[in-house]
Design a protein around this ligand. Structure first.
Ligand code: JAH
Length: 273
C-alpha cells in the first residue's frame, strides 16, 4: 500500500520509521511519501494561511497551495482516496481502518490553524473519493497526530505486518471491526512470573482448560466494557449491533427504546478469585 501525506511539518512524521510500521516500510510493504505543502505555496512569502472571511479568531489555510499540492500528488501514482483529519469529520473506527488497509493508496491532507478553506475538499471530491475523519472529540493543533494514529491502525492490519494475525482479531474492537470481539474491550493480560509482589495470575489461565480460558476472557471483556464503555455495553445488553451494520447477537431480540440505564449492564465475576 502507498500512503502520501501532505503537511507543513514533514519532520512530524519521523515516527513512521520506528517499530512495526517502520519495519513494514523498510520491507516495502508500506510506501510512505511525505510532502511539504510549502512546495506549492507559490507566492513570494510561501504563505499557506490567510484571515477568515466573515471575521473571527485565527487563520484559515489558503486554497491555492492545497489545490496545486493535491493535483501534483494525485497525478503521481495510482488512483487514491483522500483522507482529511478534522474534528468535524466522521468518527474513525476499527472498521474504517480495515477498509483503508484494503485500499491501494491513501493521501492524507493535514490542516493546521482553524482548518482548510472548504472549497479544497469540494474541489477534490470531483476527482477522487474524499473522507473527512475525526479520531475523537477533541481539538488538536493540526491533523498530523491524527494521521500518525490512523496510519498505525491501518498499517498493523496489512498482511504480514503484525506477526500473528490472530492477535489483531482478538484485540479490543477486533482486527477488522467484525467478529466476536468487535463490540468488546479486551480484558486484562498476564505473563510470568506467576506471582509478582504477592499478586497471582488468575489460576484459570494456568489450568490448560481452553474452553474455560475462553469463557473467562469473554467475561473479563464484558466486565471491562461495562465499566469503561457504558455506551457499548448498553448496545450489547439490548442485543443491538454494537457496530452499525453488524449483525445483532443471535437469540437476543432488539428492544428499541429499551437501552439499559447507565451502569446497569451485566458485570461478570472473574473466576479464580
Ligand atoms: C485541528 C486541522 N479528531 C481529532 C482532530 C483532527 C484534526 C484536528 N483536530 C482534531 C485539526 C486543527 C486544524 C485539524
Amino acid at each position: 500500500m502507498r500512503i502520501d501525506i501532505i503537511t507543513i511539518f514533514p519532520e512530524y512524521f519521523g515516527p513512521l520509521e520506528v517499530s512495526l510500521i517502520g519495519k513494514a516500510a523498510q520491507r516495502g510493504d508500506i510506501v510512505f511519501r511525505v510532502h511539504d505543502l510549502r512546495n506549492w505555496a507559490l507566492d513570494v512569502h510561501h504563505s499557506v494561511d490567510d484571515t477568515p472571511y466573515g471575521g473571527g479568531p485565527g487563520m484559515v489555510m489558503k486554497p491555492e497551495p492545497w489545490g496545486e499540492a493535491l493535483d501534483a500528488v494525485a497525478a503521481a501514482g495510482g488512483p487514491a482516496r483522500l483522507v482529511v483529519p478534522s474534528p468535524s469529520g466522521r468518527p474513525f473506527t476499527q472498521r474504517m481502518a480495515a477498509g483503508y488497509a484494503r485500499e491501494p493508496r491513501l493521501v492524507f491532507a493535514c490542516g493546521r490553524y482553524e482548518g482548510i478553506d472548504a472549497r479544497v475538499v469540494e474541489d477534490a471530491r470531483s476527482r477522487m473519493p474524499v473522507d473527512e475523519v475525526s479520531i475523537g472529540d477533541y481539538v488538536l493543533a493540526g491533523g498530523e497526530p491524527a494521521v500518525l494514529v490512523m496510519t498505525e491502525a491501518i498499517g498493523r492490519l496489512l498482511p504480514g505486518v503484525l506477526g500473528n494475525a490472530q492477535s489483531a482479531a482478538d484485540d479490543s474492537f477486533g482486527g477488522d471491526g467484525e467478529g466476536p470481539m468487535a463490540a468488546l474491550i479486551e480484558g486484562p493480560v498476564y505473563t510470568r512470573p506467576r506471582v509478582w509482589r504477592g499478586r497471582e495470575v488468575p489460576p484459570v489461565l494456568l489450568s490448560g482448560d481452553h474452553a474455560a480460558i475462553a469463557r473467562w476472557r469473554h467475561d473479563s471483556a464484558l466486565r471491562v466494557t461495562a465499566a469503561n464503555r457504558p455506551d457499548l455495553a448498553a448496545r450489547i445488553a439490548a442485543g443491538q449491533p454494537a457496530v452499525p451494520g453488524q449483525a445483532a447477537v443471535p437469540g437476543q431480540p432488539a428492544a428499541p427504546g429499551q437501552a439499559a440505564a447507565p451502569g446497569s449492564a451485566t458485570r461478570g465475576t472473574p473466576p479464580g478469585e
